[in-house]
Design a protein around this ligand. Structure first.
Ligand code: MN
Length: 241
């Protein structure tokens, strides 16, 4: 039995980036297959407008790669990111994965660890947080999912263009996590280790909150290179592919 866990996020898989897709398929068949558990902490896909996206051959090939992984006995967890908040039961069932809520506190090989996508920590970005609360509204999600697929994709394209414009017009500090938000989430969960993605600023940070030392790992995105966090009872280390 394997006694280590792997963490990935922000792959932003899409048919437009075949090179990184290849890195993902090789990761799923190789490195990930030797892990006990693989945690996907959001933004596996660049966009996802509903589980009927599974009819797309590329999306189906991603789900099937994850299915093969869970079929080998690797436990798979999926947490929503901001790009794939509409991933639903059909997708996770096809992968053989379980949905994780954001945040999730768990005992990770003996160390209390909090898992998040990370976007809720970017509290200085008020515009984004306003958009996020709409995107997470169950009523709005239900209404959106009733629209025809082509219309949902067109609306998503417009939202993505708006998000790009917003990012270009915002300072880098606003797009990063806010220190008070990090401290408050660590305090609220009893000063655990924190693992998250979203900001595309891979790093290991050390925070001292109310005298408690807390480690915070930020996962790398897969725009230039693939990579993952490897954790076992000895701790965590970041690896690039
Ligand atoms: Mn994200």
């Amino acid at each position: 039995m394997s006694t280590h866990s792997l963490f990935i996020s922000d792959l932003h898989l899409s048919p437009e980036r075949p090179r990184i897709n290849q890195v993902f398929f090789e990761f799923a068949a190789g490195v990930a297959a030797r892990a006990g558990t693989l945690y996907i902490l959001g933004d596996l896909f660049d966009y996802w407008v509903g589980d009927d996206e599974l009819a797309d051959p590329f999306n189906a090939s991603v789900a099937d790669a994850l299915r093969r992984l869970s079929g080998k006995g690797v436990t798979l967890y999926f947490m929503h990111g901001n790009r794939d908040v509409l991933v639903g039961q059909a997708f996770v069932a096809r992968c053989g994965a379980k949905l994780l809520s954001d945040p999730t506190l768990l005992d990770l090989h003996g160390a209390r660890t909090l898992l998040m996508h990370g976007d809720t920590l970017c509290t200085d970005d008020v515009k984004y947080q306003r958009f996020r609360s709409l995107a997470h509204s169950p009523v709005l999600q239900r209404v959106f999912l009733c629209l025809p697929l082509a219309l949902r994709r067109a609306l998503m394209d417009r939202m993505r263009a708006g998000s790009e414009k917003h990012k270009q017009g915002s300072s880098p500090e606003i797009m990063d996590v806010a220190q008070p938000a990090v401290e408050s989430v660590l305090r609220a969960h009893g000063y655990p280790r924190l693992i998250h993605g979203h900001t595309h600023r891979p790093a290991r940070h050390l925070h001292t909150v109310d005298g408690h030392p807390c480690e915070r790992w930020v996962l790398n995105d897969w725009y230039q290179r693939g990579g993952y966090l490897h954790c076992d009872s000895g701790g965590c280390r970041a690896e690039l592919l």
